[in-house]
Write a protein that binds this ligand. Structure first.
Ligand SMILES: Nc1ncnc2c1ncn2[C@@H]1O[C@H](COP(=O)(O)OP(=O)(O)OP(=O)(O)O)[C@@H](O)[C@H]1O
Ligand SMILES: [Mg+2]
Length: 472
C-alpha cells in the first residue's frame, strides 16, 4: 500500500534526532493527535512531497491540524480574502499544521521550518490577521523581514488576505532619508500590523513612535538569518528586549526554510521555555520539482556564452529567470556583458537607490522583464511564481570564508524556482577546481548528486536538460 503523508511523518520521526536543546525539551511530545487529518488529497501532489515536517509540541495541548481553511475557524472575512483575493483552495501542509499551533490558546511561541515555496507567509499572515483585535487601533503584531523587498512583498500578501477584515497595516522600511532626517518626530504608528526591516523598526521603537504596549505577536520571517551572527542577530535581540520590557504576553513566531544546528539551538533558547517546533531534515529540504544541473565552463567568458547561447535563446518559452551573482560588482559586469550582446536584462543589488530597487522588482513581478540579475538580496523569500529557471553564475559562499559554500543560501536561491510545487530548473555554472570543490560540498551537505550538462557548447544538451525539468 502506498505510504500516506501521515505514515511518512510518523515513520520519518523515528530516525530524526530531536533538535531542541532547550531546558524544557523533556516536556515535549511528538504529536500524533489528529495526524490522520493530514492525509493527502490525491489531486494535491504537492502535499505529498512536503511530508517531512517533524512536529514537536509542548505539553499535552490537544492541537488540531486542518484539512480545509474552514476547519481553522478563520473569520468569514479572512476566508473571503483567501478564496477571492488569493485564489487559494485549501491549506498547504505547513499551513494546516502550524495555524492551529499559532491560533489555539495558550498561544505558544513557534519555531517553524518548511520547504521553500510551501506557503509559510500565509501561516504568519493569517496568524496576525486572526489574532489582532480590529477595534483596538494600535500596533498589535510586528513582522520583521531581512530586506525591504520582502517587507513590501509580505505587506502586499497581508493587504490582499486581509482586504475584507478592515485591519490596518504599515510597511516600516527605510524611505527617502533626505526627507526623513528633516522630520524631527514622526507621528506614532496606529496601524494594527507593522511589517518592516530591522533598521527602521528599531529606529521607530527608539524614538517611541512604534508603541509596544498592545503588541501580542512578533514574527521573524527568514528567522534563521534574522538570528544568525552574520545576519541581524543584534537588531533582533534588541527588538525582543524592547518588547520584553513592555509586555510579557507577546507570542514569537520564527519561520524559515532553513535552520542550521547552531541557529536552531539559539532559537530554542530565545523563545520562551514552552514552545512548539516544526523541523525538516536538511537532506529532505531540496525541492523535488526543481531539477539541478552543473555546467563546467573553461573560463568566465564561457559562462556568459552559456547564458546567452544556451539559455536566454529559449526566450519567454521558459518563463522568467533569475541569475544570482556573488558581488555587486559581478552584477554590474554581467549586466553590461549581456546588454552589450543585445539582451534585455535588469539587475538588482543593494547599492542601488531604493526607488530603483522597488521599480526593478515591480517590473519583474509585473512580467515586464524576463531576466533578472541579482545578488543574494533576493535569495530569500522572493516569490514570483513565473520564475522557472535559476542560474548560479557564482556559487554562494560564506561571507568570511570564500572556500566554504553557504548551503542555506544555495537552498534559498534555488527555491526561487518551483514555487508551490511548480516545475523548475537550476544551472550552476562552474569555472575551475574551487567551484568544483564548493559544488561537491553542497552535494554532500544535502546528500544529493547534481547531474552534469555534458558540453557547455552543445545546445542539444541544454535542450535535453530543460526537457527533463519539464520546461520545454
Ligand atoms: N494554500 C495555498 N494554495 C495555493 N497557493 C498557495 C497556498 N499557500 C501559498 N501559496 C502560494 O505559494 C507561493 C509560495 O508561498 P510563500 O511565498 O509563502 O512560500 P514560503 O514558504 O514563504 O517560501 P520561502 O521559504 O521561499 O520564502 C506563493 O505564491 C503563495 O501565494
Ligand atoms: Mg517566505
Amino acid at each position: 500500500m502506498a505510504e500516506t503523508a501521515a505514515d511518512s511523518v510518523i515513520s520519518k520521526e523515528k530516525d530524526y534526532a530531536p533538535a531542541s536543546t532547550s531546558s524544557t525539551s523533556e516536556e515535549k511530545v511528538v504529536s500524533e493527535i489528529d495526524i490522520q487529518n493530514l492525509t493527502i488529497d490525491d489531486c494535491n501532489k504537492f502535499l505529498d512531497e512536503d511530508s517531512n515536517i517533524k512536529i514537536i509540541t509542548s505539553g499535552d495541548t490537544p492541537y488540531r491540524s486542518a484539512f480545509t481553511f474552514e476547519e481553522l475557524n478563520l473569520s468569514p472575512q479572512l476566508l473571503k480574502g483567501l478564496y477571492v483575493e488569493m485564489k487559494y483552495q485549501k491549506p498547504s501542509k505547513i499551513q494546516a499544521i502550524s495555524l492551529p499551533l499559532i491560533l489555539d490558546p495558550p498561544y505558544l511561541d513557534l519555531i517553524a521550518q518548511a520547504h521553500n515555496g510551501s506557503g509559510k507567509t500565509a501561516c504568519f499572515t493569517l496568524g496576525m490577521l486572526s489574532r489582532v483585535d480590529p477595534k483596538l487601533k494600535a500596533p498589535q503584531a510586528l513582522c520583521c523581514c531581512p530586506t525591504r523587498e520582502l517587507a513590501i512583498q509580505n505587506s502586499e500578501v497581508l493587504r490582499k488576505m486581509g482586504k475584507y477584515t478592515g485591519i490596518t497595516f504599515e510597511c516600516a522600511i527605510g524611505g527617502d532619508f533626505t526627507t526623513e532626517t528633516h522630520i524631527k518626530k514622526r507621528s506614532p504608528i496606529t496601524a494594527q500590523v507593522v511589517i518592516g526591516t530591522p533598521g527602521t523598526i528599531k529606529r521607530r521603537m527608539t524614538e517611541k513612535t512604534l508603541g509596544l504596549s498592545y503588541l501580542m505577536m512578533l514574527v521573524f520571517d527568514e528567522a534563521d538569518h534574522m538570528l544568525a551572527k552574520e545576519g541581524f542577530k543584534d537588531d533582533s535581540l534588541n527588538m525582543m528586549k524592547h518588547i520584553g520590557r513592555v509586555t510579557s504576553h507577546c507570542q514569537v513566531l520564527l519561520f524559515s526554510a532553513t535552520f542550521n544546528e547552531s541557529v536552531k539551538k539559539f532559537a530554542a533558547k530565545i523563545v520562551k521555555g514552552n514552545h512548539n517546533e516544526l523541523f525538516v531534515k536538511k537532506e529532505e529540504l531540496s525541492l523535488e520539482s526543481v531539477i539541478q544541473y552543473k555546467v563546467d565552463c573553461p573560463d568566465e567568458l564561457a559562462k556568459v556564452m552559456v547564458i546567452k547561447d544556451q539559455i536566454l535563446e529559449f526566450g519567454e518559452r521558459i518563463g522568467q529567470t533569475i541569475i544570482f551573482v556573488r558581488t555587486r560588482n559581478s552584477a554590474i559586469i554581467l549586466h553590461r556583458s549581456l546588454v552589450d550582446l543585445g539582451y534585455d536584462v535588469t539587475t538588482i543589488q543593494g547599492a542601488l537607490k531604493q526607488e530603483d530597487r522597488d521599480k526593478i522588482v515591480k517590473e519583474f513581478k509585473d512580467g515586464l522583464t524576463q531576466v533578472l540579475i541579482s545578488t543574494d538580496l533576493l535569495a530569500r523569500g522572493f516569490d514570483q511564481q513565473q520564475v522557472n529557471l535559476v542560474i548560479n553564475y557564482n556559487l554562494p559562499v560564506k561571507y568570511d570564508h570564500s572556500t566554504e559554500p553557504d548551503c542555506e543560501v544555495y537552498l534559498h536561491r534555488i527555491g526561487r524556482a518551483g514555487r508551490f510545487g511548480r516545475k523548475g530548473a537550476v544551472f550552476n555554472l562552474l569555472c575551475g577546481d574551487m567551484d568544483e570543490m564548493i559544488m561537491s560540498k553542497i552535494e554532500t551537505h544535502f546528500d544529493m548528486k547534481i547531474a552534469k550538462v555534458p558540453d557547455w557548447r552543445n545546445e542539444e544538451d541544454f535542450k535535453a536538460a530543460m526537457r527533463s525539468a519539464g520546461l520545454l
